[in-house]
Write a protein that binds this ligand. Structure first.
Ligand SMILES: Nc1nc(=O)c2c([nH]1)NC[C@@H]1CN(c3ccc(C(=O)N[C@@H](CCC(=O)O)C(=O)O)cc3)C=[N+]21
Length: 285
């Protein structure tokens, strides 16, 4: 007998559409009141095809929402000092409301130094230490976009993290680590797993909420998932493949995000929403 998938889909495309519509209305109001649309600066170092595609998608979504974008393309050989100077310039430019530095930059660049050159009030991608601290303390501020998108998905599907066991597989600076912090700020009991974790399967099996953010295609398999768990696939591997083996996971989960159509569109929606938040704050609206 074929197994019936138990899981309901968490539709990131639909939620992102609603979020972007609300954002577009707020952007239009800013434009009406000031004569100028909010502006996101996007900075891309090098020509990694996936990064080029992601930045293009972000800019296209901005345009649809009535947000201007100003794009800067820097050669792969750009030094840390040059990148920091570019980001400092954008931070001081009163026409720019938000700044996105696409990750990853080349290995010869100190990415942390570059992120910290983004003024905290323009850190709409939630990558600075200031933003991380705000997420960790549960204070208002900009959220890292993918983790912020995950929290909005949980809220939209009435998943309250409070008291739940959340397991985050992955500890990157702008995905796994802040995702765990946002869940902790909402009173989940959070466990981080990573490449040195031993007994991963046993830990994953305890998760009421599982966030997969390791960057390994179909790494999390259904057999390890607790029946009824909420499974968030934050993986973006080449070919639009997630970190979760969707078919087997969907047999066990109660709710699951697809790839594509789950966390990805929400990442961009949060970027746009936070760009308008930044513009409103800077204009005192
Ligand atoms: N500073 C920084 N901030 C980021 O937020 C950031 C980054 N660097 N570097 C790369 C990752 C990746 N990322 C994605 C955004 C949207 C989709 C997305 O919308 N994906 C669609 C499918 C895309 C397609 O059709 O090709 C989906 O999942 O439905 C995926 C991945 C943001 N990232």
């Amino acid at each position: 007998m074929p197994t019936v998938p138990a899981a309901r889909l968490m539709d990131g495309t639909a939620l992102a559409r609603r979020t972007v519509e609300e954002t577009a209305a707020r952007a239009a109001e800013i434009t009406r009141r000031t004569g100028t649309a909010p502006c996101l600066a996007t900075v891309l170092v090098g020509e990694d095809p996936a990064s080029v595609t992601y930045v293009r998608m972000k800019r296209a979504r901005c345009e649809k929402a009535g947000i201007r974008s100003r794009h800067m393309e820097l050669p792969a050989a750009t030094s840390t000092e040059e990148l920091v100077a570019t980001l400092t310039g954008l931070s001081q430019d009163s026409e720019v409301n938000g700044i996105l530095l696409q990750h990853p930059v080349g290995p010869h660049i100190d990415e942390r130094a570059a992120f910290e050159a983004i003024a905290p009030e323009k850190d709409v991608d939630g990558v600075t230490m200031t933003s991380f601290a705000a997420m960790s303390f549960g204070l208002p501020g900009f959220e890292s976009c993918t983790p912020g998108g995950i929290m909005r998905l949980l809220d939209a599907y009435d998943v309250n993290p409070s008291g739940k066991r959340a397991v985050v597989v992955g500890r990157s600076a702008i995905l796994g680590k802040p995702a765990g912090m946002l869940l902790l700020a909402r009173d989940a009991t959070v466990t981080y797993c990573h490449s040195r974790t031993t007994g991963l399967s046993e830990i994953v099996a305890e998760a009421d909420i599982l966030v997969a953010a390791v960057g390994r295609p179909r790494f999390i398999r259904g057999e390890d998932i607790k029946p009824g768990a909420v499974v968030i696939d934050a993986g973006y591997n080449p070919g639009n493949v997630g970190d979760v083996d969707f078919d087997t996971a969907a047999e066990r989960a109660s709710l699951i995000t697809p790839v594509p159509g789950g966390v990805g569109p929400m990442t961009i929606a949060v970027l746009l929403a936070q760009t308008v938040d930044a513009a409103e704050r800077q204009l005192g609206l």
